[in-house]
Structure formats: structure tokens, C-alpha cells
Design a protein around this ligand. Structure first.
Ligand code: SF4
Length: 323
């Protein structure tokens, strides 16, 4: 294990069975994640990006062992989480939490906020009512909510406040890793930057490591130290944020970046290269490079040979045959 890696993901794959044909008699497999490897370094924010259906949220759930993999390993502080028996896994889960895209859907509407925020805490510790309320009041204050509202229910809060409840809940057991799965995509622009700033402040204060899953590269640029791009279950590019946005190397990344507005009025707007065609089916992905059916540079080799990630220097990796 490299000394600065909190999480090491190796050849991780997840296939979901799917019935099709008359009366569902033919069983096929959706290859949602197909052999991905990457590290999450201690204290960093790693952005994981790609279009809807590329497998990024499945990776997030595999990292928490909310799903069992088809193959591969996820090592958290050196331990493969898929080898851990029940009690050890429960102990390890104290260090890993998730913030969901839609806090309303992920919060039980019948529970008051005090119980929602304290839920992970009371799973791991025995607390009196007073201790629980004290802990929740501290967390609510820290995420910008008034503790006086702890007996209210989720529907009595705005979308941004509900996301703060989700963040307070994730922080309640002092995790090391927080997986943020599209945490701001349901929020309006002003609320979005407030929640991103809050996540940044909390990271400093609590020495958190984030895996930040998003389809929105402008959000990822704002918060991430490094970026991983997925396409149809595979990683196509990895890089430090600055280098990644200055010199995107994969044609898919280049296409994604053209839709980000350029803030500097003196810079020429990037030439728009809109992605054409639909994402192919993960049941039967294209041979060779999976992006070849949408790639403007595709050549014969791209159909015959799958490109592997190669290092362009400084940890910038790309899976493309183009030199
Ligand atoms: Fe395009 Fe070929 Fe590179 Fe794939 S390997 S991104 S098809 S040029």
C-alpha cells in the first residue's frame, strides 16, 4: 500500500444480471463497472466524473460495500473490505460515510432531525437523550443549521438545509472518508456554492478525505485535487486538477470540457465539440475502445485493441491510442 493512500481500488468490477427476451428467459449482464483501479489519497478530494450510467455511483456504493463486487478489491487502510466479516465491517463503516444527491429521498420523513442526524452515532455508541441532543446541536451549528429546529421533520426544511442535515449526519461518527454522490446537483446555483464551501471548510477542520462523484465538471474543478473520468464502466483519464483542465488528453474528456463556460472574457471560447450519439449499452459495449462509436479520431486499431491507461507524466494517465 502506498503510504499516502487511504483507499486502494484494484480491478474492481460489478455486473448486474438482467432478464430479457420473451418471458425474460434470456439472462444477460450489465457491466456497470468493468475493472477500475485507482487510489484515494489521505486528505484529498478525488473527483469521479462521467455521464449518467457510466458506473460512477456504482463505484461509490462498492467502496462502502453497499454492493458486493463481481471481482476486484477495495483496500481501506490496507484491509480488503470484501474480506471483512460482519463485526469488522461494522467497525470499519464508522470511518466511511456517504452524502446522497437527494437528501429528501435519503432521509426518513417520519423521523425528526435529531434522530436522523444521530442515527449513525447511536448505531455505534450508547448515548443518553441529553448526550444525543448535545452532539446533534453541535453538528447542526457546525453545518449552519439552528439547533432549535432539531425536533422538526425533513419536509420543514429547504433543499439546501436538507443537504446540510445529510452532511451533519455523515459527520456524526467522525469518518475518515466521505463519499459525496452528486451532493449539489439538486440545488440551485447559490445554494450549490454554499454547500461546496461548507464541504471545503469541513474537510480542513476534520481532516476528511472525499470521493466527490459528479457529472458536472465545473463543480469538480472547484472542489477536487485530482480527477478520474469514467466512460461506460472504465476509467479513461486521471490527472491532477490543474493539469487535467489545462491539458485534457482523452477525446471524451475534451468533449466534456467544451460544455463548461469559460469565465475569462479575454480567452477565446473553447471550440464546442458536442458529443454525438448515445452512450452504447453496457450489456454489449463496443470492442476495443468503448468510446470509439462517438470518437471523432477513431481508427481501425481502436476497434481491435482496448487502450490501457498510460502515464503521460506527473500522474496524468490516459487510455487512448492517440499519441
Ligand atoms: Fe478515440 Fe481511439 Fe482514443 Fe478511443 S482509442 S478515444 S476511439 S482515438
Amino acid at each position: 500500500m502506498s503510504s499516502d493512500a487511504l483507499v486502494e481500488v484494484r480491478d474492481l468490477a460489478k455486473q448486474f444480471p438482467y432478464q430479457r427476451g420473451p418471458f425474460g428467459r434470456s439472462k444477460v449482464f450489465v457491466r456497470a463497472v468493468d475493472g477500475v483501479s485507482f487510489d484515494i489519497r489521505k486528505g484529498e478530494t478525488l473527483g469521479l466524473v462521467g455521464e449518467s450510467g457510466c458506473g460512477k455511483s456504482t463505484v461509490g456504493r462498492l467502496l462502502l460495500r453497499l454492493l458486493e463486487p463481481t471481482r476486484g478489491e477495495v483496500r481501506f487502510e490496507g484491509k480488503n473490505i470484501f474480506d471483512l466479516p460482519g463485526e469488522e465491517l461494522r467497525q470499519l463503516r464508522q470511518h466511511m460515510q456517504i452524502v446522497f444527491q437527494d437528501p429528501y429521498a435519503s432521509l426518513n420523513p417520519r423521523l425528526p432531525v435529531v434522530d436522523l442526524i444521530a442515527e449513525p452515532l447511536v448505531t455505534h455508541q450508547t448515548l443518553s437523550r441529553a448526550e444525543k441532543e448535545r452532539a446533534v446541536a453541535g453538528l447542526m451549528t457546525r453545518v449552519g443549521l439552528r439547533p432549535a429546529f432539531m425536533s422538526r421533520y425533513p419536509h420543514q426544511f429547504s433543499g439546501g438545509q436538507r443537504q446540510r442535515i445529510g452532511i451533519a449526519r455523515a459527520l456524526s461518527i467522525n469518518p475518515k472518508l466521505v463519499i459525496c454522490d452528486e451532493p449539489v446537483s439538486a440545488l440551485d446555483v447559490s445554494m450549490r456554492s454554499q454547500v461546496l464551501n461548507l464541504l471545503g471548510d469541513l474537510q480542513q477542520e476534520f481532516a476528511l478525505t472525499y470521493l466527490f462523484i459528479s457529472h458536472d465538471l465545473s463543480v469538480v474543478k472547484h472542489i477536487s485535487n485530482r480527477v478520474v473520468v469514467m466512460y461506460l464502466g472504465k476509467i479513461v483519464e486521471v490527472g491532477e486538477t490543474l493539469e487535467f483542465f489545462r491539458h485534457p488528453a482523452h477525446p471524451y474528456t475534451q468533449s466534456l470540457l467544451t460544455v463548461i463556460p469559460v469565465a475569462d472574457p479575454h480567452r477565446r471560447e473553447r471550440q464546442r465539440r458536442i458529443l454525438e450519439g448515445d452512450v452504447p449499452s453496457p450489456i454489449n459495449p463496443p470492442s476495443g475502445c468503448r468510446f470509439r462509436t462517438r470518437c471523432p479520431y477513431a481508427e481501425a486499431r481502436c476497434a481491435a485493441e482496448e487502450p490501457v491507461l498510460r502515464d503521460l507524466g506527473g500522474g496524468h494517465l490516459v487510455a487512448c491510442h492517440l499519441e
